[in-house]
Design a protein around this ligand. Sequence first.
Ligand code: WTA
Length: 665
Amino acid sequence: MATEPTELDTHDVELERELSSLLDVERFPPPEGFRKRALLSDPKVYEEAEQDWQGWWAKQAEELHWFKKWDKVLDDSNPPFYKWFVGGQLNVSYNCLDRHVEAGRGDRVALNWLGEDGSERKLTYADLLADVERFANALKDLGIKKGDVVGIYLPMIPEVAVAMLACARIGAPHNVVFGGFAPEAVRERMEFAEAKVLITVDGASRKGTITPIKQAVDLVVGDLESLEHIIVIAAHGTPCEMRSGRDVWYHEIVAAADAKCPAEPMDAEDPLYILYTSGSTAKPKGILHTSGGYLTGVTATHRYVFDLHPDEDVFWCAADVGWVTGHSYIVYGPLANGATGVMYEGAPDYPHKGIWWEIIQRYGVTIFYTAPTAIRACIKWGAEYPRKFDLSSLRLLGTVGEPINPKAWLWYHKIIGAERCPIVDTWWQTETGQIMITPLPGITETKPGSATTPFPGVLADVVDEHEGKTIKEGQGLLVLKRPWPAMLRTLYRDDERFVETYFKRFGNTTYLVGDAARRDKDGYIWVIGRIDDVVNVSGHRLSTAEVESAIVAHESVAEAAVIGQSDELTGQAICAFVTLQGTIEGTTEIEEAIRETVAAHIGKFARPKRIIWSNDLPKTRSGKIMRRLLRDIAEGRALGDVTTLRDPAVVDMLGQAIATAPEED
Ligand code: WTA
């Protein structure tokens, strides 16, 4: 389980003093000016939703455009396989595009895009609709039909949104792979989902260098039987080979396609997308989201959690579109709400460490949503960067992805929000699809470090790990005791693992989150971290088993055990205990080679920060690696029960090894 990272020093005496005085403030009520204009400012909304939670969600669904209204809000006859808005028909891309254009809002900017090199594109709702219609037709021309899985492996360029919406338009579930994943991981995800098409790019720009992408993908996907076509976006003119009959250029197929592609009516429960995420084993889980409930959940939460006034606000979610945060709060929620958004191609420190703040000034961003890790990086770089820019357009801030330590919260509040902007600390998961535990910015008094209370209509609880009994005040397991519209419907083609992972512990109506949490005397929830073998590095979800299996792929490695270790910058960092083959001695060369192997199998973000050579690993008599013990050793904590340990001498050996092991920068 994660422990709180140690606090970063701002190296600014005055700022340190100001932040520590704020540490004594227990609650931050919504600023009066904010509350007055907020969409929701009356706490009665919680009671109303509670009295008739299905009715509350139905009211949210009514905000969308339906080709045919549903017959039943919720079918809960076969838990945990819930169905929402049964019998209803809609199209997600129609809701995100056509209806705004039809209502005369076609000229509104949907996406302000900024490239790493400073180039800019402004796509209005009308532009986006035109691109999506053509690309949807191009997909159809390639033989893609409703139900066919389409892989997307793209950097942060507008075409990623076009591709997702074009898939939604024709009912082809997309399977987006984060651009930071290695081609190997792309291959694996295409194979599991039997994708028919992969949409990628010739090259991607990262911190001033162009990396060839199509070329790298070609090396690993060649033998995938299901993969009929690769569509390549020519973004940088990076040379790549085009296999005839299989590979096509995006600009060519789009130019040849019809301009009109009416949105296909979909059943509310038709799949919208699959998104692979990490679980306890090395095999990623294909989270399946469907259409009607998902769009209802993300649209309602986007509107109310971010208090969206679509005519005035500029909303920027600085996540990558390849993670669920990007799916729900860059693409689907904001576009369904007719918001004006921002998309930045590059890294937060390129071309300079103030680029995010420059973007906020440039586009007049009013609502900004990011991860605690990014905030901690900014703290480290120094407050002088944000101070150089005019951030007065901001009125609301959000965080997601990991627990935020109070000091980072206060820094965000003071330096970015100028003590004027409420902060919404939003807890949710790939599985939940939508924000679940969060303040409502015009109502909730926030406490730094707590995601506060469930969104109206959501029923979360903290329970004891044995019997699942409610813990009114104290620490336990976080569970969700009632279905919600954007919940995952299953794991793609693996109903059994779905039930086993989330519903075996406490029965079919209680969803096991996988996080530990504490509830305080006021009923506020403080999410602590994962209880399973999932680590959260800079808000990126990884399974220790995935990293282990990448490490043992290196020829010199006999065995590896991976744990998450607290890190002041990235929340958790990967720490690997590695046993080498035979008499091979650990060297810095092997260490680097192991890191490269992990980068090649998963992605650079999964590279272990620390590698600790160990002749043996602590195991139970039955041979199971005792990760709990490794975590205690790595954190320098008192060791728990060691009576089941096969060879107690291992503990001392590891204690010494860890004291001398270096860290990668
Ligand atoms: C963690 C990201 C504390 C948690 C949207 C969860 C958080 C996992 C918060 C899901 C938060 C997310 N406070 N922890 N506000 N938000 N988490 O699937 O451990 O990438 O289970 O979804 O991130 O990560 P995922």
